[in-house]
Write a protein that binds this ligand. Structure first.
Ligand code: IYR
Length: 229
């Protein structure tokens, strides 16, 4: 007799699921290769203006949207900006906030900590990159009657989705950086987002420009980041 491919738990269907596993040797080689590939990723600030098919961006966002989330609420929206006019509007607003941050809001300690990265209030990549992905978190949902429904672990969930987004961008051979102009409310206004959305992260996506440099930073050592008990 054919076995059912699901069981019922409190009346809810739970499907049979089995993740493919590998031999120890395969596992060692796959995990090492994955690390070496991930370790090549860098935050890049120099973009080419070359266009990218929208299907690539869609695949990247589909990947991000597979992230685990509190109670599976998937409390995120990914706004994709291709329009040159809107990119310009975002650049001007971001640079205005960044000028205030660099000149008045950031502490001396913070500015000192950023010196080696060579960042400043100018953000040309916000216009040059063919796409901007603006990630919004949704602390709650509103239905058609105006009732509010809470989401859970919203920052954790959206942070996880952003990690997967960054990895998917790297996998496609494209580059990005996590830009966090602060405060970010201008993004909600420019993109006319609903009341239940808050800007979380802005990622320009594009090809790396031919002439591009990244700061000489080091990853922490395994002794620093892993403790075996
Ligand atoms: N948001 C500013 C400043 C900045 C802050 C941190 I923390 C960085 O790691 C890098 C930059 C900017 O984008 O320039």
């Amino acid at each position: 007799m054919k076995k059912d491919n699901y069981i019922l738990v409190d009346g809810f269907k739970h499907y049979r699921y089995l993740q493919e596993s590998y031999s120890e040797n395969e596992m060692l080689s796959k995990s090492k290769n994955y690390f070496e590939w991930a370790n090549k990723r860098r935050s890049v600030r120099h973009f080419s203006e070359k266009q990218i098919p929208i299907e690539v961006i869609e695949n990247i966002i589909k990947t991000a949207s597979t992230a685990p989330s509190g109670a599976n609420k998937q409390p995120w929206t990914f706004c994709v900006v291709k329009s040159a006019e809107i990119k310009k509007e975002i650049r001007l607003a971001a640079e205005e906030e960044e000028r205030k941050s660099y000149n008045e809001r950031m502490s001396d300690e913070w500015l000192e900590d950023l010196k080696h990265l060579g960042t400043d209030a100018n953000k040309p990549f916000l216009e040059l990159a063919p796409y901007l992905i603006v990630v919004f978190k949704r602390p709650y949902e509103i239905d058609a009657d105006g009732n509010k429904y809470q989401n859970y672990y919203v920052n954790e969930s959206v942070g996880l989705a952003c990690g997967m987004l960054i990895s998917a961008i790297h996998n496609a051979g494209l580059v990005t950086l996590t830009h966090t102009p602060s405060p970010m409310r201008f993004l909600e206004k420019i993109l006319k987002r609903p009341a239940n959305e808050r800007a979380f992260l802005l990622l320009p996506v594009g090809y790396n420009s031919e002439e591009s440099y990244v700061p000489d930073i080091k990853r922490k050592t395994m002794e620093e980041v892993m403790k075996l008990y």
